[in-house]
Design a protein around this ligand. Structure first.
Ligand code: SDX
Length: 395
């Protein structure tokens, strides 16, 4: 088959790997982790139970889960040098950039690579699941000018993160809702950041570099960055009355509506439905959020107008409304996505190194051939950009 026929922009519809980690049926709105329906896992399992399932392929026994949780509590602390490094970051820096830098820095402290050693693999899984939340929370306090707080071993995974962020022990409902949000964001087959993790994994580099690659990929507004953009969009719309004109303007100007559409789902993302239920639980206990009414109107108007094109709410549309009610700053929404997706990235990392072949696709070359060198004196003016001579330093 010719290269032209094989080429698919964005690899749309092109299988890049064989995997047992998760399954999506985009037309039926089905999502399964290792064969278990996302609805069952969200209702019955903890995030660490789900992480264990994703990475090792089976639900843990009570003893296995207790040992896993114990090891993660033990490894939650980060080196003071990483905290000190964060203190050199600009307060105005985006928390996803701080997380990517810190995740890469972890590799400096755990540089040994033994990808064929199950103990090494388990230790890397424990360290990354344990330390990523601590680093997200640490940067949040540092950029406010405060010293980060140490993790609390008497709190579970979700409650401890909310505590490190706010310095207050969270309400049990808030902790449970956040734990379910982590499960919902943990894994999603061959999405862009997981593919990035796999490409990096395939060179047999260390898992900290793998996670740093994936964090960098997740941050874009077309991927994990959409949850932050959704809240900014709802704030811009402001009220239910403005929704129709906003949506019509987006459609007229072919502007993507954040939180809608998906490469795979052509119906409503099942995770969005579960997140709506979580938001409504929080509203019932802690008070309503008027942006939820705007969001509901948006879902109705967008699906009326674009449903026939398969444009429905995705995971990012309602997640921000849950996080707002948990008093989490908007620019931390994507780092929360990253905390959860570390489980999925590690599951695919472990799968990739277990049967590895380095990713090296080909390309269709559209450029020149056989060009003869011309000395610079004879090169004609051919400004592809206007090199305005700059005065002083480029800001
Ligand atoms: C995540 O892959 C994953 O699994 C990702 C994720 C995960 O868990 O890892 O699910 C998480 O990233 C969710 C997506 C978050 N992103 C957004 O909400 C940003 C807005 N969404 C779009 O950018 C878009 O829907 C994508 C990027 C998510 C998917 O884009 P595709 O598959 O490349 O679709 P496309 O851009 O080719 O659009 C197909 C058509 C186009 O119309 P036509 O040119 O054919 O007329 O659908 C339209 C698009 O204009 N369209 C939209 C739209 N998304 C697609 N129109 C308006 N608003 C949108 N959001």
């Amino acid at each position: 088959m010719s290269e032209e026929l094989l080429y698919k922009p964005g690899l749309e519809g092109v299988p890049a790997a064989r995997s047992k980690v998760s399954y999506i049926d985009g037309r039926q709105g089905v999502l399964e982790y290792r064969g278990y329906a996302i609805q069952d896992l969200a209702e019955h399992a903890s995030f660490l139970e789900v992480s264990y399932l994703l990475i090792w392929g089976q639900l843990p026994t009570r003893d296995e889960l207790d040992a896993f949780e114990h090891d993660i509590r033990y490894h939650r602390r980060i080196k003071y040098r990483i905290r000190d490094m964060m203190k050199c970051f600009p307060e105005s820096g985006h928390p996803m950039d701080a997380l990517q830098a810190s995740a890469a820095a972890l590799g400096l402290f755990y540089s040994r690579r033994a990808l064929d050693d199950p103990i090494y693999i388990r230790n890397a899984v424990v360290r990354l699941l344990a330390k990523i939340p601590t680093m997200v929370a640490a940067f949040q306090l540092i950029r406010k000018g405060n010293d980060p707080v140490q993790p609390r071993d008497d709190l579970d995974y979700a409650a401890n993160f909310l505590y490190m962020l706010s310095e207050r022990i969270p309400d049990p409902l808030a902790a449970r809702v956040f734990d379910v949000c982590l499960t919902l964001h943990a894994e999603h087959s061959m999405n862009a950041s997981t593919f990035s993790a796999m490409v990096t994994s395939s060179t047999l580099t260390d898992p900290y570099a793998v996670i740093a690659s994936a964090v960098g990929t997740l941050g874009g507004p077309l991927h994990g960055g959409a949850n932050e953009s959704v809240i900014e969009m709802l704030e811009e719309i402001g009220s239910v009355e403005n929704v129709e004109s906003y949506v019509d303007d987006c459609i007229t100007n072919k502007k993507k509506i954040m939180g809608f559409g998906h490469r795979v789902y052509k119906v409503k993302d099942p995770r969005a439905t579960i997140l709506q239920g979580l938001a409504e639980q929080l509203f019932a206990k802690f008070g309503h959020d008027e942006y939820y009414d705007v969001a509901l109107k948006m879902e109705q108007v967008v699906t009326d107008r674009l449903g026939t094109k398969g444009i429905y709410p995705n995971v990012d549309f309602y997640s921000g409304l849950v996080y707002r009610k948990l008093d989490i700053p908007t620019d931390l929404f994507t780092p929360l996505f990253a905390i959860a997706r570390v489980a999925g990235w590690l599951a695919h990392w472990k799968e990739q190194i277990g049967e590895n072949r380095i990713f090296r696709p080909t390309q269709i070359y559209d450029g020149h051939h056989d060009r003869q060198y011309v000395s610079i004196e004879n090169v004609n003016v051919q400004y592809q950009f206007s090199p305005t001579p700059h005065r002083g330093y480029i800001q």
